[in-house]
Design a protein around this ligand. Structure first.
Ligand code: ADP
Length: 371
């Protein structure tokens, strides 16, 4: 296990492109960290700098207190799994697993022991004599993970390791990787563009955009307390709903609905400081409560929407509805699915309502307890 510190790390590629800006992060011994963000936001570049495959342009990288900027990948004690499995097609699973150890000149009986132990962890014992082409995508990925695992390392780096698998295999491998991590305890940094992977696997998640960290936090923190609009929209599926508005005389006037000013006092610390500001009112599709006849609404903001389309997913129905012409998505119990074209009344409880400054895109200060 290793403790890592990245301090003001920057990457400027030789062509002048500034791919990573002032990246600051402390990673604890044995922690599982996910770097997430859309394609091109600098995740792989950051991982490759940690791996020693890419030079750090400025800033410092420490492994267990030692400056590691100039260390070779080998000195850093890392193993890396890439998106492509990069298995040797003409070698068996056994030989693929053993290859790195053979190069290091390790005794055959020790190699045998390690291969068997690794195969056992990964459920590959029955496949050791097969060639990669005789394996499913998931099994090939397990061999790739095994090749990294077999070398005793303190830091495990993975770059989109599941992206070549189908949806079902991804879900299975997700929990397998978590279990392997629990078993070996190596500090792990995992790159993905898939927020579900990040949410389900991580101790903490780093959300990046255009080379800049947007927020670092536990899955819980990112889901309930997104600090800016980007994180709010990135974490959660379907994404958060955003409605533009402006604060006038202490009330929120939503675009297209001037007649119904919202009292924002319950969700804002200092209403007066927002006078005249353009803001974004936000709520998650699953944060709403449908208004039902004969039932008392919870305290919150009442809306009437027009149902455009419904999607029954089984455990939940996604309702695509408009509020004053603005598109929103609501998640409801399938038994409460409203009819297409009907009016659907719902409440956004105070604890599910978010307010962001449109200009800075930052969450507006509040004391709302959301869970
Ligand atoms: P991600 O992993 O988040 O998809 P990358 O770290 O691969 O993103 O890339 C971040 C940005 O840096 C992208 O805009 C990419 O085009 C750019 N980039 C990556 N490698 C190089 C390179 N060798 N030279 C110049 N720009 C690069």
């Amino acid at each position: 296990m290793s403790h890592l510190i990245l301090k003001d790390v920057n990457k400027v590629y030789p062509n002048g492109f500034h791919a990573v800006h002032d990246f600051n992060l402390e990673i604890n011994d044995g922690e599982f960290i996910c770097l997430v963000g859309s394609s091109g936001c600098g995740k792989s570049t950051t991982l490759r700098m940690i791996a020693g495959l890419e030079e750090i342009s400025s800033g410092e990288f420490y492994i267990d207190g030692k400056l590691a900027n100039q260390m070779s990948s080998k000195e850093r004690g890392i193993a890396m799994v890439f998106q492509s499995y990069a298995l040797y097609p003409h070698l068996t699973v056994y030989e693929n697993l053993a290859f790195g150890l053979m190069l290091e000149g390790i005794d055959a009986d020790i190699i045998e022991e390690k291969v068997q132990a690794t195969a056992k962890i990964l459920g590959l014992t029955d496949y050791l004599e097969r060639f990669p082409r005789q394996l499913s995508g998931g099994q090939q990925q397990r061999v790739a993970v095994g090749r990294a695992l077999i070398r005793k390392v303190n830091i495990f780096l993975m770059d989109e390791p599941l992206s070549n698998l189908d949806a079902k295999q991804r879900v299975t491998m997700r929990s397998e990787i978590k279990q392997i991590h629990r078993g070996i305890g190596a500090t792990t940094i995992y790159v993905t563009h898939d927020q579900t992977e990040a949410m389900t696997m991580s101790d903490r998640i780093v959300v990046m955009k255009l080379g800049v960290i947007q927020q670092v936090g536990t899955p819980f923190e990112l889901y309930f307390y997104p600090r800016n609009l980007f994180v709010a929209g990135f974490i959660g599926e379907p994404p958060m709903n955003f409605l533009d508005g402006v604060v006038k005389e202490g009330k929120l006037i939503l675009e297209g609905d001037e007649e119904n000013p919202l009292d924002i006092a319950p969700i804002v610390k200092d209403v007066a400081s927002l006078e005249g500001k353009e803001v974004v009112f936000a709520f998650r599709p699953e944060g709403i409560v449908l208004s039902k006849e004969g039932e008392k609404d919870p305290e919150g903001y009442k809306f009437t929407s027009t149902v455009e389309l419904t999607e029954l997913l089984g455990d939940v129905t996604n309702v695509y509805a408009t509020i004053d012409g603005k598109n929103t998505i609501l998640k409801v119990n399938p038994h409460d699915t409203p009819a297409r074209g009907s009016e659907c009344d719902f409440v956004v409880p105070f604890k599910a309502a978010y307010l962001y400054d449109k200009e800075t895109e930052l969450a507006i200060e509040n004391d709302v307890v959301r869970h």
